[in-house]
Write a protein that binds this ligand. Structure first.
Ligand SMILES: Cc1ncc(COP(=O)(O)O)c(C=O)c1O
Length: 742
């Protein structure tokens, strides 16, 4: 019941860690009656200066206030320009606007999202007074290069360190290279004071000025006033002070900051290791060489296939209790205020815009554990699969050349609305193929389920799944031609119109027990449709793919069966599949039809309605009914998750080496029914198991070797039962929990 637990927990993007020490300190201040102008803000400044190594630290009401005071303190005003990164929080730019100067934006560099240092120089004019940088997501900017440029042009440097507490470059803390560094203690930051900020600087005079101007420009602090009420105002100022309540929070938080940072670093490493192996995603680089990041969060950039689904993915994760964010949602110069004021346009800052438009920020804060990182990773993979069925799988199968080779290729799937067919059609379409489905919707589909007078278990559930299949095909833009492939004329007419490059023949009564009960119908739907398809394909089609079965082998005599193992099918189903293989090969011999024969085994996965053993187990367990094992549980099957099979078919369609070959496309390592039942009991501890005699005519099966497919076409199955089956169970849970139709 791991699912229920998982869905209940909430992994927020950021969460302040407030302990008893913070509570007690705040209470002490409240009871003391000194809420501002006390010693605590000073103590916090001293502690912060010591921790960062800063000569001077001045507490302020927020990072924005600190940035504003920095420009005021340096005398920046109307007519001046300040270089500002385009990829930042709006506060970095607003601070410049607040003093009446003009922010001149510079694009980001793609590896880190930090300001593109090479692009700064061309933006410097005679009016430029300063360069501001932001250590994006805690990744320190190469400050030696920035300082070098600033010195050459006699500019001062403001470091926005809102996300950079703990960031170091060449061992020096962020904020201590430039003239001023400003930190934020907003609740999701590395430490929090609710609202709050700190300015650090090496310049005593600047620190003094900021101290005055954060408090109205008064010439002495309350403590310095020997006679109460006697003071003067020597300059313009603001009310940007930090309260005593905030200051004690900061003091307590700072005592724990080292631990917070270490957890962030570990969490980040854990998540990054997994993410780096995935296709479709790029990580913004966070550390290495001279740079030590503060690991504020982990931002991933989605490629074009996923980017447009970003908010669907974010929503998917949110529904499962995982908070994400976007840093930052719009390049600042493209925000309405700046766009209208300075005339910036989309496309002016391509890197910053790409980060804003395609990234998702994942949490790594100290409120989360390593275990949570695995949950985030798993849910992200699910989110990808949710928005783009099967996109996720390619990341684990390794880089593939498939998409390019499939683009525009017309592929017709006969029997393509079935369990294998619709999953395959969706994936082929998403890889750019021009897919059409021909299906009569009769065998194990809408017409037979609707018309059946038997008391079918889960009738409504299955009708729902069938509708969902058709909906998914329709939404993906895959035409469904409702034709009976037993009707030669109907089939030849539609295939003549479609003129496909590839035909995949799936039509069958794909169930051994049912086939034995109704041999004629099995022949009709399997062999007759095949004969019709072959006849229409000959001389026209470049590749004919036939779905056979592991049942052609009959009893697996010893060890894993290989494609060369002699076939001795038992019963109608295996015999007809074997006959089908022979027919395909005969058409190749007689008419030069290029072909591939595929032998799958014990398939399982979402939206199957065939009620094979794994599915019946789950449905019974969900309903609290007993699990019935036929035989003593020692029978083994090469259980294969649909994603592995689909991946295998893509390899078949994109590798010339596949032509003229038979391939076992299974996981390649059998598991016993008893092992499967044990997995069910792990997930549903209350489930009872009953054993009953095995059906006659059921061969003893086991592992199918997939070595040939690995060697010739790069087949690389990824879903042992221990991985695929829980994912399938999870899918059933989700349907129950969210009414999720996919
Ligand atoms: C880079 C950057 N600068 C400045 C700020 C503003 O900080 P504050 O809310 O403390 O004013 C933020 C806030 O997230 C930020 O991300």
């Amino acid at each position: 019941m791991f699912d229920k637990i998982r869905f209940r927990m909430s992994l927020s993007f950021g969460k302040p860690i407030i302990g008893r020490e913070e509570e007690a300190a705040v209470l002490d201040v409240l009871r003391s009656g000194i809420l501002v102008h006390g010693q605590k803000a000073k103590d916090f400044e001293v502690a912060f200066a010591a921790w960062t190594g800063a000569p001077h630290a001045v507490s302020v009401g927020s990072c924005t206030a600190g940035l504003h005071l920095a420009y005021v303190g340096k005398g920046v005003g109307p007519g001046d320009e300040v270089i500002v990164p385009a990829q930042t929080h709006v506060a970095t730019a607003h601070a410049v606007e607040l003093v009446g100067a003009r922010p001149v934006f510079v694009d980001a560099e793609p590896r880190t999202g930090n300001i593109d240092i090479d692009a700064i120089e061309s933006k410097i004019t005679s009016r430029t007074r300063a360069i501001s940088v932001v250590h994006f997501l805690g990744m320190p900017v190469a400050m030696d290069r920035v300082m070098d440029m600033a010195r050459r042009h006699k500019l001062f440097v403001v470091e926005d360190c809102a996300l950079a507490l703990g960031s170091r470059f060449k061992g020096t803390h962020a904020g201590l290279f430039g003239d001023v560094g400003c930190f934020s203690f907003y609740p999701v930051k590395h430490i929090t004071t609710a609202e709050g900020g700190m300015v650090i600087t090496k310049e005593a005079l600047l620190a003094e000025r900021i101290t005055r101007q954060k408090a109205f420009g008064v010439d002495r602090t309350v403590a310095e006033r020997t006679i109460p009420g006697i003071y003067d105002v020597t300059m313009l100022g603001y009310n940007y002070r930090m309260s005593e309540l905030a200051a004690v929070l900061g003091i307590e938080q700072l005592k724990r900051v080292q631990g917070f940072l270490e957890t962030r670093k570990q969490n980040y490493a854990c998540l990054a290791d997994d993410l780096r192996a995935m296709d479709h995603l790029t990580l913004l680089d966070s550390s290495g060489g001279d740079a030590e990041s503060s690991y504020y969060c982990l931002s991933v950039l989605l490629d074009d296939t996923l980017a447009e689904k970003r908010f669907e993915m974010v929503q998917y994760m949110k529904e499962r209790g995982i908070g994400t964010s976007v840093y930052y949602p719009q390049a600042v110069p493209l925000m309405t205020y700046y766009r209208l004021k300075y005339g910036y346009r989309a496309g002016d800052f391509p890197v910053a815009e790409r980060i804003s438009n395609t990234s998702i920020a994942l949490p790594v804060g100290p409120h989360l554990s390593k275990e949570d990182m695995h949950t985030i990773m798993r849910t992200l993979k699910e989110a990808i699969a949710h928005v783009r069925p099967f996109a996720a799988m390619f990341s684990s199968y390794g880089k593939s050349t498939a998409p390019a080779l499939l683009t525009g290729k017309r592929v017709v799937l006969i029997g393509g609305a079935g369990f294998i067919g619709h999953n395959l059609a969706l994936e082929l379409k998403s890889l750019g193929a021009d897919v059409h489905v021909i299906d009569g919707l009769q065998v194990n589909h809408l017409l037979s389920v609707v018309a059946s007078t038997e008391n079918q278990p889960n009738r409504t559930l299955y009708l729902n799944m069938l509708h969902t299949r058709l909906d998914l095909l329709q939404k993906a833009g895959i035409p469904l031609h409702v034709k009976d492939a037993r009707d030669y004329h109907a089939l030849s007419l539609i295939l003549g119109q479609l003129n496909p490059e590839v035909i995949i023949h799936l039509a069958a009564v794909a169930h051994a027990n049912r086939s034995n009960k109704d041999p004629y119908s099995t022949f009709d739907h399997s062999l007759r449709t095949l004969e019709n398809a072959l006849d229409c394909a000959k001389g026209r089609v470049k590749h004919f793919v036939y779905f056979s079965s592991s049942m052609v082998y009959g009893h697996f005599e010893q060890g894993a069966v290989r494609e060369e193992t002699p076939c001795e099918p038992i019963g109608i189903y295996g015999a007809l599949k074997f006959a089908g293989e022979k027919m395909v090969i005969a058409y190749h011999q007689a008419c030069n039809l290029p072909y591939t024969i595929i032998r799958p085994s014990a398939l399982y996965g979402p939206r199957c309605i065939s009620r094979r053993v794994g599915q019946i187990f789950i449905e019974n367990a969900l309903r609290g009914e007993e699990i019935v094992v036929s035989g003593d549980g020692s029978d083994a099957l090469d259980f294969t998750y649909i994603k592995d099979l689909v991946h295998g078919v893509i390899q078949v369609l994109t590798r010339e080496e596949a032509k003229g070959e038979i391939f076992n496309l299974t996981y390649g390592d059998a598991r016993s029914i008893g092992q499967m039942a044990a997995m069910i009991q792990e997930q549903f501890p209350q489930a009872r198991v009953r054993y009953e005699p095995k059906e006659a005519l059921m061969p003893d099966r086991g592992t199918l070797s997939v070595e040939k497919a690995r060697r010739l076409i790069g087949y690389n199955p990824q879903y042992p039962l221990e991985v695929g089956y829980p994912e399938y169970i999870n899918w059933y849970h989700r349907r129950a929990t969210y009414g999720d139709q996919k």
